[in-house]
Design a protein around this ligand. Structure first.
Ligand SMILES: *Cc1c(COP(=O)(O)O)cnc(C)c1O
Length: 459
């Protein structure tokens, strides 16, 4: 079929995610991928600087992972996981747990980031009810995003994406998230205020809190908002003191994104549960894990079936996903990939420091392989994002600025030359915008830091 035929069928039959089709440009027609590049039917190539919604680690159509999936598909494609176990599921679970701190040793498989969060929330609630405690309150953080299913939307309600479903969501307590950036000299005071507010929430809900849930170190969909490891450690201490559970949503931060294997490792904390997805299969297949500490699992063991966690998905622990996960993890732990992760962070550092010279660039920030900064305009409705995206696309870069937030989140396979080339283009395009006086009505000194009422448009 020709490019035009496919686009016509797309226009007739497909409903795209996070897209206002009435006004959006037609989608790009991808035909193949290789390394950080995605090639389209018209012969153009785009550098995937968003790792295809933060899932890709080792490049597109990575041959090692492709082979592992093909071999598994010809061996055992799927087996009902309530009756069977299988090599890929067991080996992947063991391998992930070996990378996690403490006794985070029990893996519950599901299908995507949202289900990993739903599972954690349901487990937390039942963990308490199995012990005769009725704990219904969840504590989330301002701007936090945890997925698009109803429970995940509820704890992520302050992200501002869910207006259409407000009346479906259950109430949660929302604590402040003290964001920080290069050269931020206000963070100590804001962190202290955020912890005071958290303390007040914990006091007010004593013995009623099922769990705290937080995106550790970086809130992704909120606009790559970063906090200090110190804050995360303080949150973990308070959760422990309050005698409640701490859930880390590492759906985005897991598998090397923050520079360490996991954000919890970087911060030196052990949560009670951790949610993993996105990078788990290197971006090949939808799959997720909720990993818990052993005492949580033990609280579900009893003669009565009703004490068990009666939850599951048709494709739980799909062998193809597990095979992809195993192959991806092996690549991730290899010396070559570890060196690239360090290389990307060092290169980002250099390029961020350079682009920060521009008048319209504010709040430059870096965590591992993720570099971000703000442009004029505040969050939702910022004109600059869509304009920048189109201009970069014309120059062969795939980016998705979130409102006025620009970020670079490349696959780890990108070498220094390719990444420098991408930054050259970004720097050039933003310099030209910076020189265009019309756009600079709001200068960096007056540009407001994003608040929960002014969130970026789409992740
Ligand atoms: C993307 C994301 C989710 C949701 O994952 P899906 O696979 O899109 O359901 C949850 N939490 C965080 C932190 C995410 O970035």
């Amino acid at each position: 079929m020709s490019d035009d035929d496919i686009l016509a069928l797309d226009a007739k039959y497909i409903w795209h995610p996070f897209t206002q089709a009435a006004t959006a440009a037609p989608p790009l027609h991808a035909v193949r991928g290789s390394g950080a590049m995605i090639q389209t039917a018209d012969g153009k190539e785009y550098v995937d600087l968003v790792s295809s919604w933060w899932v890709n680690l080792h490049g597109h159509a990575n041959p090692v992972i492709a082979r592992a999936v093909a071999e598994q598909a010809a061996t055992l494609e799927q087996a009902i996981f309530a009756e069977f176990t299988h090599d890929p599921a067991v080996r992947l679970a063991a391998k992930v747990c070996q990378q996690l701190p403490g006794d985070l040793d029990r893996v519950f498989y599901s299908d995507d980031g949202s289900t990993a969060v739903e599972v954690a929330m349901k487990m937390a609630r039942q963990y308490w009810s199995n012990q005769g405690q009725n704990r219904q309150v969840y504590v989330g953080f301002d701007g936090g995003y945890h997925g698009d299913t109803v429970g995940a939307m509820s704890v992520g309600r302050s992200s501002g994406y869910f207006g259409a479903w407000e009346n479906m969501l259950f109430p949660v307590e929302i604590a402040p998230f003290p964001t920080t950036w290069d050269g931020d000299d206000t963070i100590q005071a804001r962190e202290a205020a955020a912890l005071d507010a958290l303390d007040a929430i914990l006091d007010r809900n004593r013995d009623r809190i099922a769990a705290l849930i937080i995106e550790p170190l970086i809130q992704g969909a909120a606009g790559m908002r970063m906090c200090r490891p110190d804050f995360l450690r303080a949150v973990a201490e308070r959760a422990a003191q309050a005698g409640t559970l701490l859930i880390l949503d590492e759906v985005m931060t897991g598998f090397g994104r923050t520079g360490a294997s996991f954000a919890c490792v970087k911060a030196g904390i052990t949560p009670d549960m951790i949610c993993l997805s996105k990078g788990l299969t290197g971006g090949f297949l939808p799959m997720a894990m909720t990993v818990t500490r052993e005492f949580i699992y033990q609280a579900f063991l009893a003669p009565q079936v009703s004490r068990a966690f009666l939850h599951g998905h048709s494709y739980t622990a799909n062998p193809l996903g597990c095979a992809a996960g195993l192959a991806s993890l092996e690549l991730l732990l290899g010396a070559q990939c570890q060196a690239r992760i360090k290389g990307i962070e060092a290169l980002h550092r250099q390029r961020l420091d350079h682009i920060a010279r521009l008048d319209i660039v504010a709040h430059p920030r870096l965590c591992g392989t993720i570099a971000a900064f703000d442009l004029p305009g505040d969050g939702y409705g910022a004109e600059i994002g869509p304009m920048l995206k189109l201009q970069l696309r014309e120059r062969g870069l795939l980016t998705r600025p979130m409102g006025n937030v620009m970020y670079v989140l490349p696959p780890y396979c990108m070498d220094d030359a390719a990444l420098h080339h991408a930054w050259d283009i970004i720097d050039d395009v933003i310099s030209k915008i910076s020189g265009d006086a019309a756009c600079c009505a709001s200068r960096k000194s007056s540009g407001p830091w994003m608040t929960s009422s002014a969130m970026p448009s789409m992740p």
